[in-house]
Design a protein around this ligand. Sequence first.
Ligand SMILES: *Cc1c(COP(=O)(O)O)cnc(C)c1O
Length: 223
Amino acid sequence: MDIVSRFKEIKTSVPKNVEVVVVSKTQPVELIREIHNSTGHAVFGENKAQELIRKSEEFASEAIQWHFIGHLQTNKVKSVLTKVNMIQSVDSYRLLNEINKEARKQNLIIPCLLQFHIAREEAKFGFEIDEVKRMLDTHSYDDFSNIIFKGVMGMSTLTNDSALVRSEFKSLFTYYQEIKRSYFRDNQHFSEISMGMSDDYQIAIDEGSTMVRIGSLIFGSRK
Ligand SMILES: *Cc1c(COP(=O)(O)O)cnc(C)c1O
């Protein structure tokens, strides 16, 4: 099956209220264009600043929405801000502050997700729940006037143990609810739970995902 058919199959298999982010990292712009032109799909995910900037410039005249999904270094914030429609991977107060500061300078409003560390692996980035609570206890979201807090994001452990994956997604759902209730009750923007990738998106949807990020299931495994 070709990439367009695989994309369409995934798209029809997920509920209408679940956004599919096509993760195009490492893939050539031709394949992005093929999906965009033949289906109209516009939301793509990239995890490297340079790569996102380069690709977004190739699509300057088209309505592609780029979601940044990787670890973002503060020194790259300035250069990606005009290119991204959402930063899904805000994993520290320092980064949040930098995004807000640069966005203000550039007169932009940047939708962001707070990335939580839910996996067993040490290597994955993200906040712990207590860190976010401490941050939001001391700073109201109004302090970040150039950020729209859209919700949360997380990555499960890379494992065949689907019970573990499910429990990690349950944790993220609970974090979302706690934060929504305590800090964003009157903020209608805070509504997204980005969880689920090629191997676990069905479990994630069962557990309340509103946004799945899918790469290899569409493009084949990355080299
Ligand atoms: C690469 C990546 C994905 C997509 O992974 P696949 O297993 O190829 O679907 C999703 N989210 C993040 C943060 C990624 O880095």
